[in-house]
Ligand binder design. Structure first.
Ligand code: ZN
Ligand code: ZN
Length: 460
């Protein structure tokens, strides 16, 4: 009796101990990567731990239970990059180099034969798909400062061993602030060589941050936050290539990107993104950017940047010279579909794949020769197509239209009484562009919850 009681006590103690460890890991994780704060310094109502946990679960595509279940814990225990998965507004701007030729420097105890080619090829991977060029500097100063360290290494972002973070990097020009450390005001990439982890993969990921890229939710992306063993050739996913292209332009572009010259083909009114009453033919997210199409013209706004790139569509996608009526982005395939009349193109990594195809392959009957707008509803298998007064529900998984569609837009979208010219699903809402206005639509409540100028999305 006494013995079994003793065992029971020991088990209880161990369980409590495990829970305490887990709880502190989980708080630390959310504090570090999701901006959780016990006390909000500005005195605003703090967001609860469970809502931050839901953010994390949403990022990794887990069930958003708000509870620390075993799947969530497993992700938290996976070795990962030290850069947060969410960013506060203050740091959402200016994170891009304003030149194409960047210098880098490092010193390391590792053999030069290993580390030289490792660093050079990890940078070269980004140079191959962008106009960026990297030159090694042997002086004290360089644009990209690479440090090799472990545990505490001088910047208040310690590496926490094999189960913790493997590396981190700072946005271009972000720096660490005036704390007198060796990293002061310099964007530094810190790498922690760890047995069992490919330092080349880690370095290539961190250089992505040093160039201004954020974490991706797509496990195929090199910018996925947790460590994954990968083949080291063709390391960049199409999404990675597209995102670096959105920031710096494609391989052949020169920085700064020159907007299309003021020719006569496009009337000034069309090119003036802030002109009152501007409407769009189609709008779609594409990786970390939003594409706005109008006539043969295109504006590209990166989610985290204020500036807008613009020009004729064929400047960006040489195969396409016609207007784009409808467009949508499918994150699962990192692909965008651009529909023009009865044809559509598939775009991956800012490259138009193959020839255009006929929209009948979506399952449209022959009498549908044009689509007004399209939007993929994230975290479902469905894409909505709008054609005049009707809408269609396409199942991306089965690659077929759902039965009992088309249906009347007016029956299922109360409050939408004008033709829909463009649609995009973003941050949990369907945004319907009706001429010069954009309606924020809550699908669950079947309600318009906000109206704005269409070009307010371009910063107007
Ligand atoms: Zn990272
Ligand atoms: Zn560091």
């Amino acid at each position: 009796m006494g013995l079994s009681l003793g065992i029971a006590c020991a088990v209880t103690v161990m369980l409590v101990f495990a829970l305490v460890i887990t709880f502190s890991l989980f708080q630390k994780y959310l504090r570090r990567f999701y901006g959780f704060q016990e006390v909000d310094p500005a005195g605003r109502r703090k967001r609860s731990l469970s809502s931050k946990l839901k953010d994390m679960q949403s990022f990794f595509g887990l069930n958003q239970t708000g509870n620390l279940d075993s799947y969530t814990l497993a992700v938290m225990q996976t070795p990962r990059c030290g850069v947060p998965d969410v960013h506060d507004y203050v740091h959402s701007q200016g994170n891009r180099w304003t030149k194409n030729v960047l210098t880098y420097r490092y010193t390391s105890d590792l053999p030069a034969s290993t580390v030289d080619s490792l660093i050079a090829s990890a940078l070269d991977m980004w140079a191959k798909v962008s106009p960026l060029r990297f030159i090694r500097s042997f002086s004290q100063q360089a644009d990209i400062m690479v440090e090799f360290g472990s545990n505490e290494h001088g910047d208040s972002f310690p590496f926490d061993g094999p189960k913790g973070t493997l590396a981190h990097a700072f946005d271009p020009g972000e720096g660490i602030g005036g704390d007198g450390t060796s990293h002061q005001m310099l964007p530094v990439t810190c790498l922690s060589p760890t047995p069992g982890f490919n330092l080349y993969l880690v370095a290539a990921h961190e250089f992505g941050h040093a160039l201004g890229l954020r974490h991706s939710q797509n496990p195929e992306s090199l910018m996925y936050p947790t460590y994954r063993a990968r083949k080291t050739h063709n390391l960049l996913s199409s999404e990675d290539i597209m995102n670096i292209n959105v920031i710096y332009g494609m391989l052949s572009w020169s920085y700064p990107f020159k907007p299309w010259y003021a020719g006569s083909y496009f009337p000034m009114a069309v090119k003036e993104k802030c002109s009152p009453g501007l409407s769009f033919d189609s709008v779609t997210t594409l990786g970390e950017a939003i594409f706005f199409f109008k006539g043969g013209y295109l504006w590209i706004k990166h989610n985290n940047k204020n500036d807008v790139k613009e020009g004729p569509i064929y400047n960006f996608m040489p195969k396409i010279s016609s207007k784009i009526d409808a467009a949508y982005w499918l994150p699962q395939r990192s692909a965008a579909y651009l529909i023009s009349g009865s044809s559509y193109w598939t775009v991956k990594g800012s490259q138009v794949k193959g020839r255009d195809k006929n929209i009948s392959s979506f399952g449209f009957p022959a009498w549908v020769q044009q689509v007004d707008a399209a939007a993929h509803i994230h975290r479902t298998v469905h894409t909505l197509f709008f054609t005049q007064h009707l809408y269609w529900k396409y199942n991306e998984h089965r690659k077929a239209m759902e039965d009992s569609y088309p249906r009347n837009i007016s029956d299922d979208f109360p409050g939408i009484n004008k033709p829909i010219s463009a649609a995009v699903y973003k941050h949990g809402f369907l945004h319907l562009f009706l001429g010069a206005e954009v309606c924020k639509y809550d699908i669950k409540r079947k309600k318009v919850v906000g109206v704005n100028k269409a070009n307010s999305w371009l910063g107007c």
